[in-house]
Design a protein around this ligand. Sequence first.
Ligand code: ZN
Length: 239
Amino acid sequence: MIRVTIFNENIHETRQPEVRAIYPEGMHGCIKKFLEKQDGLEIRTATFEEPEHGLTQEVLDNTDVLIYWSHWMQDEFSDVVAERIHQAVLKGMGLIALHSAHFSKTMKLLMGTSMTLRWRHGDRERLFITSPSHPISAGLPEFFELPIEEMYGEFFDIPKPDDVVFTGWFAGGEVFRSGCTFQRGRGKIFYFQPGHEQYPIYHDENIQKVITNAVYWCAPVRKLQTNPECTEVKAPLEG
Ligand code: ZN
């Protein structure tokens, strides 16, 4: 059983009727719905306005993969909770950071770079698989399109990814490393660019397939129960 927690701010959906019209149950509700069709997943959700943003130590201790969407409240997000997620990833929790979550405190802590990029609303995107052997690309066409999405363009100031699973091209001419994997400590991280709140991105079947694949890929292999420590080796392995 993979224990999945979906964190979504749920602020755009509650304050902007046009976003609520696309996601009546919030983006987290939409993501939960398509993940529930899969076997072997136990899914819960968390939102910004819950105490500790719904991401208490107990919740993270019982999460194998955290899906994370944030935008409006990045500055207001608790430093303590951001650091708690950082530590959970080092211990082995998987993290799927969606769209504007690139600029969350958590991703900045994990990546160590400015995470800046270029952006523009309302463009057509074509996503190409650029790592066809990667499990996150399984079952997807060589490329697929989103009729309307927010353009995110290079230069994207991230550390060198382990794999660039998807590269996005925008009708306005920009390109972007749209799906990147990283490992930090024992945790696997997948950053995925599509998901601007004003467009129905998480209703798209290909996007749903990517996120589903990413949940299985990010699930921990060998998770620590306590924080990693330096261990004194009192006796050598060989005499
Ligand atoms: Zn956006």
